[in-house]
Write a protein that binds this ligand. Structure first.
Ligand code: ADP
Ligand code: NI
Length: 223
């Protein structure tokens, strides 16, 4: 793939992101970003019609203004816009990147709000982000996140929550790592936007289902 004319811009975007994500310990570190970028390049090779510079930039930047990571979202967004202007992005590209990163996250779809329709570039980044939450990597991230926030591994007495608001989703007081699979991770496969992502997600779903089967059998001592 030839990204030549935009290489310098993408390198600047990579650096900008790396400086801001380095310290995160909740599964949103730069390693997550790099995997999302890799995923989105894989999807770009299989889905035509998207602007590559906007898509890959939005993949890098999708978490840098998130309220999980920054205290002041407006200030972080303004800083991002100035950076993009100084890096040679035009106003339409900047508006699209900011729109995508403000509207693609899972929590935006909670609280019953109707999510805004994403352009193809945003659909690809959303798929790439969701792919990084499932499969073998998804299992590792859920355990890492759950350990960091003191969740139990599993408790057969605690049922997975059916419908969740954003506040419920962030309330980890009665949460278990295994329940997170039923509350979110197993549902992501049906929420992929693109055909390419649906195909990859199907394989990763099997990995998670096998893990949950084995986990429960080992828990009960039947395996
Ligand atoms: P995003 O909106 O970027 O997907 P989240 O904060 O929802 O971010 O999730 C970050 C990572 O942590 C994901 O891999 C997700 O599956 C995992 N995670 C989120 N909530 C929980 C939870 N309650 N228990 C275990 N893992 C979780
Ligand atoms: Ni992400």
């Amino acid at each position: 793939m030839a990204y030549l004319e935009t290489d310098a811009q993408l390198e600047a975007v990579r650096q900008f992101t790396k400086e801001r994500m380095a310290d995160d310990e909740t599964g949103h570190g730069f390693d997550h970003i790099q995997r999302v970028v890799n995923n989105v390049k894989l999807l770009l090779a299989r889905e035509t019609g998207a602007n590559q510079l906007v898509t890959i930039s939005a993949a890098y930047l999708h978490d840098v203004t998130d309220d999980k990571l920054v205290e002041d979202v407006t200030a972080a967004t303004n800083e991002l816009k100035s950076f993009l202007t100084n890096t040679g992005f035009d106003d339409d590209q900047i508006d699209e990147i900011v729109f995508v990163i403000e509207n693609m996250s899972f929590s935006k779809s909670l609280n019953g709000g109707t999510p805004k329709a994403l352009p193809i570039e945003g659909q690809l980044v959303q798929d790439a982000d969701r792919l990084d939450a499932i499969g073998a990597i998804g299992i590792a991230r859920a355990i890492y996140f759950g350990g960091h926030f003191g969740e139990k591994i599993y408790d057969p007495e605690i049922a997975p929550r059916e419908v969740m608001t954003k506040a419920d989703y962030r309330d980890l007081s009665n949460e278990t790592i295994i329940n997170h699979f039923y509350e979110k991770l197993l549902k992501l496969k049906d929420r992929m936007n693109t055909k390419a992502a649906k195909e990859i997600a199907a394989g990763r779903q099997q990995t998670m289902l096998q893990f949950l089967d084995d986990f429960k059998a080992e828990w009960q001592g039947t395996k």
